[in-house]
Design a protein around this ligand. Structure first.
Ligand SMILES: [Zn+2]
Length: 447
């Protein structure tokens, strides 16, 4: 490990932790140990913490006091089925009843506020108590370690609106501890990527981190420009669905493994791949995760379900059975790494990414992209948009090898999936623009 990484990890980071009165490193050591506990023990601890946050919410959050009373739910004595019968918390409820959700134990000014844009473009404000950040930073650090990324290492990060240091304190911290070089994904072009590669060569980051599709775009650039000297130890991909075909391109470009993970601004890190890459380990020390059908019943392992999360640590604004808006698949397989943390198979995408057939049935747009992009030659990138019930537009970036047969094969595939009554056409574009957050979406349903 380079000297500066070593100093940062062993000297500057612990000192800074101490100075800010934080205990991330203590929490990290505990997590390094607990990951090897038997699953049954981890599940029983999770169940205990679930009871704690439910009892806390009943006392301190007027919203939950009222809800539990209305449902006849007793947080001091309940069965799992009682908990699973509680109504889901939606984004709409968070927006309209923010005040009642907040804990009376804190002044609003004491809480950390986080605003997210969300797919609808409507802002959602979530609040955290000041203690929340310690354990949640620690669990991110543990997942980073699975990818070979130890705190203090230099990281190349692809992000929208990257948090650049402004104050003197932030500059010092950036120099000694949070050692990032950034590529702003909202300004992704040959000039900015060329400059990023030059900074990479000077700074030699050990880890590449960012939005899955942005990493893929960088990987394409690296391959197209025959660049062979960007060699991180690992790549951490997050924030959106990672296509299998994109993973292969990234691993080829950087000659190392991709570690995929799933989380959100509202509840932090939820699941991450370990070095065995057999699924994503659920972060059950900090979150309680359910996968539910449309009728509210839990799905079976291997079946798609809406992801519902209870944050076991956020006392500032308890989020209990929060319907995050994503779809995922739980698993009952065990990972060969022997960690006690259960697995989920994968994240399918957002609920909003599902396209609709004439009969009302749903199709995961991202799966269609995944299936066609690699099977049909001549396609570089694709995005599926459904602006109206009877219309689907395929935004396509052509690759070498594109021909009339490409379009024919693609449209035939989509028509076979959607049947008659839906007009499907191709729209050729130079590039597929990102969302304001800097993320890309493969599939957008506007109905
Ligand atoms: Zn594992």
């Amino acid at each position: 490990m380079p000297l500066m990484s070593s100093l940062s990890r062993h000297v500057f980071y612990p000192l800074w932790d101490l100075k800010d009165g934080r205990h991330c490193l203590r929490d990290l050591r505990e997590l390094e140990r607990s990951q090897w506990l038997p699953m049954e023990e981890l599940l029983s601890r999770q169940r205990e913490r679930l009871g704690l946050i439910l009892r806390y919410a009943a006392v301190h959050s007027p919203y939950y006091a009222q809800l539990f009373a209305k449902c006849g739910f007793d947080p001091a004595n309940f069965q799992t089925a009682d908990f699973q019968a509680l109504p889901l918390l939606t984004k709409q409820i968070i927006r309209s009843r923010t005040d009642e959700l907040l804990s009376r134990e804190f002044q609003r000014s004491e809480l950390l506020e986080h605003r997210t844009g969300g797919s609808t473009g409507v802002a959602l404000a979530v609040y955290f108590d000041p203690e929340w950040i310690n354990p949640r930073t620690a669990d991110t650090m543990r997942s980073n370690q699975w990818a070979g990324c130890f705190h203090g290492m230099k990281v190349a990060s692809l992000w929208g609106n990257p948090p650049l240091p402004r104050t003197l304190k932030q500059h010092i911290r950036a120099l000694l501890i949070d050692r990032f070089i950034y590529l702003d994904t909202l300004d992704f072009n040959d000039r900015s990527v060329g400059e990023f590669v030059r900074r990479w060569r000077r700074g030699k980051p050990e880890i590449l981190f960012g939005h899955s599709h942005s990493i893929y775009m960088l990987a394409r650039y690296v391959i197209d420009h025959r660049i062979h000297d960007l060699r991180p130890r690992g790549v951490i991909s997050t924030s959106m669905m990672l296509l299998a075909s994109e993973r292969a391109v990234i691993e080829k470009a950087f000659a190392c493994k991709v570690f995929d993970r799933y989380g959100s601004e509202e509840v932090g890190l939820v699941a991450s791949e370990c070095e065995q890459h057999q699924g994503l380990h659920l972060n059950i020390e900090y979150v309680y995760i359910e996968f539910v059908r449309e009728d509210g019943t839990p799905v079976a392992p291997g079946e798609e379900g809406a992801i519902v999360i209870t944050d076991l640590f956020n006392r500032g604004m308890p989020l209990i059975r929060y319907q995050i808006g994503d779809i995922g698949v739980p698993s009952n397989r065990r990972c060969s790494c022997d960690r006690g943390l259960p697995l989920m198979e994968r994240v399918i995408g957002r609920v909003a990414d599902y396209l609709k057939r004439r009969d009302g049935s749903l199709v995961a747009g991202v799966s269609l992209v995944e299936r066609t992009l690699t099977a049909i030659p001549g396609l570089e990138q694709m995005q599926v948009v459904q602006p109206a019930a009877g219309e689907i537009v395929l935004n396509i970036v052509r690759a070498p090898g594109f021909s009339a047969a490409t379009e024919e094969a693609l449209l035939a595939e989509f028509r076979s999936v959607f049947g008659f009554g839906i007009d499907i056409h191709a729209n050729y574009v130079e590039r597929i623009p990102q969302e304001r957050s800097g993320k890309y979406r493969f599939s957008i349903c506007r109905i």
